[in-house]
Design a binder for this molecule. Structure first.
Ligand SMILES: Cc1cc2nc3c(=O)[nH]c(=O)nc-3n(C[C@H](O)[C@H](O)[C@H](O)COP(=O)(O)O)c2cc1C
Length: 449
């Protein structure tokens, strides 16, 4: 594949200098709620020295004003295919000929469909059809629209045609749902533009689009995947609890990616502020012991992914609210060790899932700790990530993971959690196929470190 932006470049553009000096970007704005982010994108591109011409679709005008784009780009905005003056001066062919790169942001489901089918029913689609320049697309839509087979077909077709993609990202959406579909942040799009302009770049599949064939999203059809996600809460008394900073974003993204790959997914979620991913059966639990019970009840499964940050300890719970003492003496909290869920699942003699995947969230000695956990918890794979405060992983949108297996360590670049999820699910699907088909077992993690 030669038409996707490498994961490393989906991290924010670190360059605030004139990295795009002299570059000419034609920005096509579709009619989605994320159109307001396109205003910031213009500003970021101008800051870096690019010339930006904006084309708005008719629907885009419902979300943002032409005047905003004129003010930020310093250029007039184009939108009329049949304008006699424009066709005389800067016709639709000239407009794309004059650009180094065409960027579609936000790319709505409808605009992607029109592009995939080769429609030319307005200025935006006509110049996308008439161009021989590279096209970079930043999809933005509701998660169900993104996961719909029609959109996935259109994206696969555009990808096969050589269109470049950045995102979409996973996260909370304006519509109140969670999952892939949110437009990448302007700085991530700038980074993708910088990469796309470099010429021959190797790009992965668009986020959320899995596999290597035209029907890629079914690599786990017929499989059952259990995913745990989020923190657990361990009560101290009726009003207080012990918790941790896990947001559940990575675990929920893995569940959504497994569902998108055709699996039946059971997501066992601790208390999180996230909507349930669509197409996933969700069991909401609070404590580590509830989570273990729900996991065991959900078996059998082909794959078990333990992405939850399960509390190591619980407290002997007080039946009534713990009160301050007149003496000022602090209360004594007696901690007891919680069951180790992934170790229990990994050690099962009967009904052990074919692949048991743990997460090692560490603040130091990441790989050494992950290797020790891999062995102790009898996992097939440990996904290690640095969760120190500086990493921004806990609660953040991006993750940098190391896949640690008995055969080696593989480090993936920092990327959006939805991309980590899609790549992990694809890797697990491949491993499952091999385990059940081939005699020799290639490693889950390739030795690269
Ligand atoms: C409030 C509102 C928000 C919308 N947001 C999106 C969106 O984020 N993504 C999307 O694909 N369509 C969205 N739509 C639907 C599009 O506006 C509609 O499909 C339109 O025809 C797209 O036009 P385009 O092809 O010019 O982008 C939204 C519609 C409304 C009313």
């Amino acid at each position: 594949m030669t038409n996707s932006v490498p994961p490393s470049s989906s991290g924010s553009s670190s360059t605030t200098g004139r990295s795009l000096a002299g570059k000419r970007i034609l920005l096509i704005v579709g009619g989605g709620i994320a159109a307001y982010k396109a205003l910031d994108l213009v500003r970021r591109l101008r800051e870096r020295g690019a010339r930006v011409r904006v084309v708005m679709t008719a629907a885009a005008r419902q979300f943002v004003t032409e005047l905003s784009f004129v003010s930020l780009s310093g250029e007039r905005v184009f939108d009329d295919l049949f304008s006699p003056t424009d066709e005389g001066a800067m016709g639709h062919i000239e407009l794309s000929r004059d650009a180094d790169l065409l960027v579609v942001a936000p790319a709505t489901a409808h605009l992607l469909a029109r592009m995939a089918r080769g429609f030319a029913d307005d200025l935006a689609t006509t110049l996308l059809l008439a161009t021989d320049k590279r096209v970079l697309v930043a999809p933005a839509m509701n998660v169900r629209m993104w996961l719909h087979p029609a959109t996935q077909r259109n994206v696969a077709a555009l990808h096969a045609d050589g269109v470049y993609f950045v995102g979409p990202a996973a996260g909370d959406m304006a519509c109140g749902e969670f999952g892939p579909g949110r437009m990448s942040e302007p700085l991530d799009i700038v980074a993708a533009i910088e990469t796309a302009l470099q010429g021959d770049t190797r790009l992965p599949l668009p986020a959320g689009l899995h596999g290597r064939t035209p029907a890629p999203a079914r690599s786990l059809a017929g499989r059952h995947v259990i995913v745990t996600s989020g923190p657990t809460h361990e009560s101290i008394d009726p009003v207080r609890y012990l918790a941790n900073r896990s947001s559940g974003k990575q675990g929920h993204a893995i569940a959504a990616a497994a569902a998108a790959a055709g699996a039946r997914v059971t997501l066992i979620a601790g208390p999180v502020a996230l909507a349930d991913p669509p197409g996933v059966e969700v069991r909401h639990v609070e404590t580590a012991r509830d989570m273990l019970e729900a996991c065991e009840a959900a078996l059998p499964a082909d794959i078990f992914v333990s992405a939850a940050a399960v509390a190591d300890w619980r407290v002997d719970v007080s039946a009534s609210k713990v009160k301050k003492q007149p003496s000022g003496a602090p209360p004594t909290l007696v901690l007891r060790e919680n069951p180790d869920i992934v170790a229990r699942i990994g050690a099962r003699k009967e009904g052990r899932p074919t692949l048991v995947v743990g997460f090692a969230a560490e603040t130091n000695d990441l790989i050494a700790n992950a290797r020790a956990k891999l062995e102790r918890k009898r996992c097939d794979l440990m996904v290690a990530n640095d969760v120190s405060v500086d990493s921004g992983v806990l609660g953040g949108e991006a993750n940098e993971v190391h896949l640690v297996s008995a055969r080696g360590v593989e480090t993936w670049p920092r990327q959006d959690k939805s991309k980590v999820a899609a790549m992990l699910i694809e890797r697990l699907a491949e491993q499952l196929r091999r385990r059940q088909g081939a005699a020799g077992e290639p490693p889950i993690a390739e030795e690269r470190q």
